[in-house]
Design a protein around this ligand. Structure first.
Ligand SMILES: Cc1cc2nc3c(=O)[nH]c(=O)nc-3n(C[C@H](O)[C@H](O)[C@H](O)COP(=O)(O)OP(=O)(O)OC[C@H]3O[C@@H](n4cnc5c(N)ncnc54)[C@H](O)[C@@H]3O)c2cc1C
Length: 471
């Protein structure tokens, strides 16, 4: 860490560069830059710098690199793995003032957007232009484009449109020596050498600072169907997914699943919500289908697919949303689960993925192993059935103290992550590695981590960007 006189000089230089508005040292009023939504981590940054131009980002990087002060890039700070938390003496570089949409080209169906623009802001701009930016997350009101690219965020529509990576045509990045690498031409074809943008996507701020991106836009849906299907067990749910894929083809935009326990938590948490069915079912599958073709044939086709599902015993009952209010109510059941889990006391959360077809066996086997290790443990496993991403959450047994359950986290993690490896899955499907899963990544994939270290050394030899995260 730099000495205090040097630090004072650095802060003076940053203030001159960014103006009084662009540098906050009084962190008592900067709580959102210091702690993330689950409050598992708390930062102790030297200051928060908020540059308003790419040139200013570049100047901050040059100054910090010269003074030996590490930089932690920060977007909306909605991440849940400690990735944007700054340690003592490190500078938070917030991208929130860099939020312009530079170009939105409706003919080319592309947009060049600065990284501090919120995901919701970009989705709205695309919708206003009759197009769709097809990444959607519960945190989209605050999460930024830079953050979603730095974590390769997935979301509800991944099954159809892919994760954030699939939307990217080009990037603008400030490198560790302050130079700006700009590759924002929205080209659909470019085989001129290594595809460098892929290195920065998902690198969680450890290789460079994303300041802007050229992104693809999709046609806006003109017809949409949302329904909740009740299912007896996950094996039937999986057969249902196969059936939906065959019947709805590329119109299938989302396929989410949740157990009865998740629905009960949400109903307790959202008193104005009601159970969509008259009787309880063990599992629920939330389906969204969209089409960019005009007309109303999607609803008729979907109804026929749902009826066949019931006849084949893949689903027991279906509730179709008949208004935007009902669509939102069904999605609120799914998106409210994480927050509602507090009604089950303390919980341990795992954001994992396994090959889609193996989800039921993975869940059955892993829950059996956990029940043996922690009798009475209450699983609440839900997520994106269509892309294999499970939020493998575990609530404390009813008769166990919360702290006692937390002390079992290493035991539970070991069971879950060993199973993930046995099933050839991923320990971090959506939220990234950050600090939370760094040691687990190194334990399970030492060669991968060694190669990643070499890339880090090549792009950031002095370790300016986000130390202690991912690696
Ligand atoms: C309620 C809720 C729901 C969520 N749902 C999902 C979900 O469905 N799918 C999903 O993938 N995630 C989800 N998340 C996690 C989180 O919202 C995403 O990871 C999101 O992409 C983070 O964006 P952000 O702008 O908040 O980034 P931050 O939290 O600020 O940062 C995340 C990481 O990216 C780095 N970073 C940020 N901006 C830049 C930049 N411009 N250049 C370089 N590095 C940068 C940071 O250093 C950090 O390592 C959810 C979180 C919450 C709280």
């Amino acid at each position: 860490m730099a000495k205090s006189a040097q630090l004072e000089n650095l802060l003076d230089a940053l203030r001159r560069e960014l103006g009084e508005d662009g540098l906050a040292c009084d962190l008592a009023v900067e709580g959102r830059h210091v702690s993330e939504p689950r409050k598992r981590y708390r930062g102790q940054p030297l200051a928060v710098a908020s540059p308003a131009s790419v040139e200013a980002v570049s100047a901050v990087v040059r100054l910090c690199a010269g003074a030996g002060v590490a930089i932690v890039p920060q977007g909306g700070h909605t991440g849940l793995v400690g990735g944007a938390i700054a340690g003592p003496g490190e500078l938070v570089l917030s991208l929130e003032r860099l939020r312009r949409i530079r170009v939105l080209d409706t003919f080319d169906a592309s947009v060049v957007v600065e990284s501090g623009c919120t995901l919701a802001g970009l989705r709205q701009a695309a919708e206003d232009a009759g197009l769709l930016y097809p990444v959607s997350l519960a945190s989209e009101g605050t999460a930024t484009i830079g953050g979603t690219l730095a974590t390769n965020a997935g979301g509800n529509l991944t099954i159809r449109y892919g994760n954030s990576r699939e939307q990217v045509l080009g990037l603008e990045v400030v490198l560790a020596d302050g130079r700006v690498w700009s590759d924002l031409d929205p080209l659909r074809k470019d085989n001129s050498g290594y595809d460098l943008k892929q290195l920065f996507i998902g690198s969680e701020g450890t290789l460079g600072i994303i300041t802007a991106a050229a992104l693809k836009l999709a046609p806006a849906p003109l017809q949409s169907v949302t329904a909740l299907l009740a299912s007896s067990n996950l094996h039937a749910g999986m057969a249902l997914l196969k059936h939906l894929r065959a019947g709805l083809g590329e119109c299938l935009s989302a396929c989410e699943f949740m157990p009865r326990r998740a629905l009960e938590f949400v109903l307790e948490d959202q008193p104005d919500q009601r159970d969509p069915f008259d009787c309880p079912y063990p599992w629920y599958v939330l389906v969204q289908a969209d089409s960019a073709l005009p007309g109303d044939n999607l609803e008729a086709a979907s109804l026929s697919v749902f009826e066949q599902a019931i006849e084949a015993g893949l689903s027991r009952e279906v509730v179709l949303a008949n208004s935007l209010g009902q669509v939102n109510a069904l999605w609120a059941l799914r998106e409210g689960i994480s927050a509602a889990q507090k009604h089950g006391g303390v919980s341990l959360k795992h954001d994992i993925s396994v090959p889609v077809a193996r989800i039921p066996d993975f869940v059955d086997e892993t829950l059996a192993a956990l029940a043996q290790a922690v009798p009475g443990i209450r699983p609440c496993v839900f997520g994106h059935l269509g892309d294999g991403n499970l939020h493998f959450n575990l609530s404390q047994p009813e008769n166990m103290d919360g702290d006692a359950f937390l002390s079992l986290e290493p035991v539970c993690n070991r069971i879950v992550f060993d199973q993930v490896r046995r099933y050839r899955g991923s320990i971090a499907a959506e939220h990234g590695i950050g600090q939370l899963r760094r040691d687990e990544l190194a334990r399970g994939q030492p060669l991968k981590v060694e190669l990643m270290r070499r890339i880090k050394q090549a792009l950031d030899p002095k370790g300016v960007f986000n130390p202690g995260k991912v690696l």
